[in-house]
Design a protein around this ligand. Sequence first.
Ligand SMILES: [Zn+2]
Length: 70
Amino acid sequence: MRRVEIEFDAHDRIVGDRPFHIHRNPDGKVKEWACNSPYCEDVAASTTPHPDDGGPEPVVQGREPWRGLR
Ligand SMILES: [Zn+2]
């Protein structure tokens, strides 16, 4: 058995080794991009603009903006 290597590019939002999902936005400049934020897995089923297309930046686990505010 060979392991399948998946290459990520600069548009992808992969942090650590969590399972990733694919966001798709057929109308955008970035039509498909990989992401492994644990906070948008529900969103990944629908069309999600890439941050370069005006979409929200996925929240990185461990750097949640709602942490450390107080
Ligand atoms: Zn995502």
